[in-house]
Design a protein around this ligand. Sequence first.
Ligand code: PFF
Length: 457
Amino acid sequence: MAVTTSIHGMWSSRLAFILAATGSAVGLGNVWRFPYTTGEYGGGAFVLVYLLCVAGIGIPIMMAEVMLGRRGRQSPINTMRMLAKAEGRHPAWQLLGWMGIVAGFLILSFYSVVAGWTLAYVFRAAGGAFTGASAESIAAQFGTFIGDPERLLAWHTIFMVMCVLVVARGVASGLERSVRVLMPALFVLLFILVAYSATNGYFAQALEYMFRPDFSKLGTAGVLSAMGQAFFSLSLGMGAIMIYGSYLSSQASIGRNVVIIAGMDTLVAILAGLAIFPIVFASGLTPQLGSGMVFKVLPIAFGQMAFGQVFGTLFFVLLVFAAWTSAISLLEPVVAWLVENRGFSRVRASVLAGIAAWLLGILSLLSLNVWSGVTVFGLGFMDLFEFVAANVLLPLGGLLIAVFAGWVLSRAASTDELDTGRKAYAIWRFLVRYLAPVAVAVVLASAVGLLKALGLE
Ligand code: PFF
């Protein structure tokens, strides 16, 4: 019989879980990372592969992750150990949880730096820094900003403190209330921005760019990135969704909730793309703007539109909140583990984990300026952490979760958790046993082949 509650607290309702998981999924991944990686790999083909990965790999793995979390009701490490034991399997399955902790630290470290940029841009927008500014001067502003390590450090520190404060109190309190108001507000604002871009930007060109696949620009690296982006955006493969599932009541329907969460996450990413690309083309820029894209493009619009100062400020405030509710979920699995296994108080565990991620973040931050020449495998620290976490660790974690849910966990256990109809269950089981693991394995393997071919290994 499965455990019915977690020692770390429980969501007050099904809605609270949906809000928290959507809060985790929707973040910088949708608004900052999706548009710039789409631009890097030429648009439509990347978007198509990303959408296929969300539907065919992401949704079934998210269901598996929530299910395992709810069955284990502990930190991902202990959940995996317990579930493996219950099925008479090797305790080494807990390594999945450890891999998730590593991925979580890597992601949180650079995530907090980028969230810091967003915080800084709240004040720039409010101060009217973009009013009437040209695309060049806005790009130059961004360049000067990320070239200043002390400034970046200050904002990175403030953001990390914000995260530690929430996690120290326990994720259930406060999170629900803020996501309930702020997530719809972000949606509304994105719609307003899309409407602005549709009337003032090159909308038709943007639609064609985003939705007409041109596979010549994709390649193996693009497929790997699109798959990595699906995992990153849905918060999958590292235990964040697993731990949120562990606070979910046994009655809630996993399948329905997961489809809603993944749907909202994907919608936000597409809206962000539809807001950004029309302005990219109208301003004579190319889509290969790199990781500064949102900060170089949307300010152009805020500088020109009516009430741009208000909309700009509001937009960056909401993006900070979206980043905040995601970063919290990156910290939660390790904090739960420190509480369970080390007997730490929540406060002590959160502070310690926060300091570790903060220190790691300094490497990312310096790679943008003083250490820009320092590279590992040709990448600076920030790009390296992003690549390793999103394109390697998360897909690998997801692959193992799929294998565990599909092959190791007994059929009785998964039918018990997923009380969807028989047909939906059969589809889920097929995806999680065959399609998801094989697809992830093939993409990862061809990426390794690609590295070999490039002589990088
Ligand atoms: N899904 C978040 C985003 O799109 O911004 C980032 C993220 C959160 C990734 C939590 C992974 C994770 F476990």
